[in-house]
Design a protein around this ligand. Structure first.
Ligand SMILES: Cc1ncc(COP(=O)(O)O)c(C=O)c1O
Length: 488
């Protein structure tokens, strides 16, 4: 199919569905706040015109945000009109670069309402890079604690390996399906595990990249009051929600900029509260992180604060693009983006949960809240046939690809969320881990848990999403009504 045929197919109403214009009119009546976001419809037609020109229905904003053409132009203009050198020098081209890097740092602090007295901005490769810095440098010792919720990204889960290697205990706090919210009682009890006077680290996502759930930020203060340092993984939250660090004071915040404004990739940051940063011990030193290092003296002195955490030469030419991206988001306003995403998510949740086979059985089961309270624009689901058999998520992806819908399938690097949502028990997993003692392919592991779906389908909306995008997905989903899994 050509791309125009694909787009036409995605926007042709499935049986029983009103046409796009009619559906949009009733959506707008139901969600009047959407009208206040009309500047984003205009931007979609200009700054994001490539989506419609190529017939794309992009529904993977949790995977990666999209950049506006004007961001790229502004960055290219800057590079074309200036000469920038490696910022580790004091020559004119180097100083020009240093100025822009410091400007980018200030822009990050301002974007999150953080003060330079309280927080340091450490540029990293991505959110995972920020998380690894915390994991490898946090002073875990015997009987210290690493506590984390079940629905973390693997880059937060991975910190447990640093913790265990140094004798700390690792505890997972469950979230409860189907809404996938924190089990408050269990978490409160786990917070009592903090070792008095010890090093206790608690990590949770401000928004789950599996279920879209937003966990209450009040847990930050509650945990700190009980002796925990708090690592807030904000990667999935900050693209569509304001994070006000003058109101909330997590010790560490991890994020990737491409998730907020699409370009540049390869830059994230760790925002670290200065007293918490002072607790971290880097396991090595590198160019750029030291004031003095000696070969014969066999000693080194790390820089104060954030500089000790930026190894080697920063990806310096891209950093001005961070400031450009932040300015772009600020010019739209995060509240506007949030409102738009909430309206589109609400409509899509209603459309999906209302879908029924002629037997009355649901077509789609959602893992996460079915309304917009304390949730973001990430909707994760599986498709079921009239007999209640799941339809493999890989088949859903194949069909979506045919109509140029970009979505995500699998467990999205969030195995704990997936295991709880899909009802895969610790015993089942242990059996498979015993069977495969060495490396295993994902397909072989899947076959080991063959009676259940081992993954799901995720769609997510963002700043350039339109009603037509979510309508296309609802139309696509309706195409599975009365379809049997074994016939597909
Ligand atoms: C909640 C969350 N944390 C961390 C990450 C890791 O981000 P990156 O791959 O950019 O390091 C992701 C990526 O999807 C995420 O959604």
């Amino acid at each position: 199919m050509s791309t125009s045929q694909q787009t036409a197919a995605a926007n042709t109403p499935a049986e029983g569905m009103p046409a796009l214009a009619e559906a949009e009119a009733s959506f707008r009546a139901l969600y009047p706040a959407f009208a206040s976001t009309s500047q984003l419809d205009e931007m979609r037609a200009s700054d994001y015109a490539r989506l419609d020109a190529a017939g794309h229905i992009y529904l993977d904003y949790t995977g990666g945000g999209l950049y506006a053409e004007s961001q790229v132009r502004a960055h290219m203009d800057l590079l074309r009109d200036n000469v920038f050198g490696n910022p580790h020098s004091t020559n004119p081209t180097s100083l020009a670069m240093t100025r822009l890097i410091e400007q980018a740092r200030d822009a990050v602090l301002a974007f999150f309402s953080a003060t330079p007295d309280e927080y340091a901005v450490i540029f990293t490769l991505n959110a995972s890079g920020a998380l690894k810095l915390v994991g490898e440098s946090y002073p875990f010792g015997p009987d210290d604690q690493y506590l984390l919720t079940f629905d973390n990204h693997n880059s937060v889960n991975g910190i447990r390996e640093f913790a265990r290697a140094r004798g700390a205990h690792v505890t997972y706090a469950p979230v409860i399906p189907p809404d996938m919210r924190i089990d408050g009682e269990r978490l409160a009890a786990s917070l009592d595990l903090a070792r008095p006077g010890g090093n206790n680290l608690f990590a949770f996502p401000a928004q789950s990249n599996f279920s879209g759930v937003q966990h209450p930020l009040e847990w930050i203060e509650r945990a700190q009051a009980k002796g925990w340092d708090v690592l807030l993984d904000a990667a999935a939250f900050v693209p569509t929600n304001p994070l006000d660090l003058s109101r909330w004071h997590p010790d560490f915040v991890s994020l990737s900029f491409y998730k907020i404004f699409g370009y540049p990739t390869g830059v994230g940051c760790l925002l670290a509260r200065k007293p918490a940063l002072a607790k971290l011990h880097r396991p090595w030193f590198a160019g750029g992180t030291i004031t003095v290092a000696s070969v014969q003296g066999d000693r080194y002195y790390l820089h104060e604060g954030g500089e000790a955490f930026e190894d080697g030469t920063l990806n310096y030419l891209t950093l001005p693009a961070v400031e450009i991206g932040l300015r772009h988001i600020a010019s739209i306003g995060l509240d506007t983006i949030h409102t738009r995403v909430a309206c589109l998510t609400g409509w899509l949740l209603d459309a999906l949960t209302a879908l029924r086979h002629s037997t009355g059985a649901p077509v789609v089961r959602i893992y996460g809240p079915e309304n917009t309270a304390m949730r973001g624009g990430t909707i994760t689901m599986n498709f079921y046939d009239p007999d209640g058999h799941f339809i493999d998520h890989r088949l859903i992806e194949e069909r979506a690809n045919e109509v140029n819908i970009s979505l995500r399938t699998g467990c999205f690097c969030n195995p704990g969320g997936g295991e709880l949502a899909l009802g895969i028990s610790a015993e089942e997993l242990s059996t498979c881990f015993v069977r495969y003692t060495e490396r295993v392919t994902l397909d072989d592991f899947r076959r080991c848990i063959d009676a259940k779906s081992t993954g799901a389908v995720r769609v997510s909306v963002g700043l350039a999403s339109t009603f037509a995008d979510v309508y296309a997905f609802a139309t696509f989903a309706r195409g599975f009504v009365d379809k049997r899994a074994n016939e597909m």
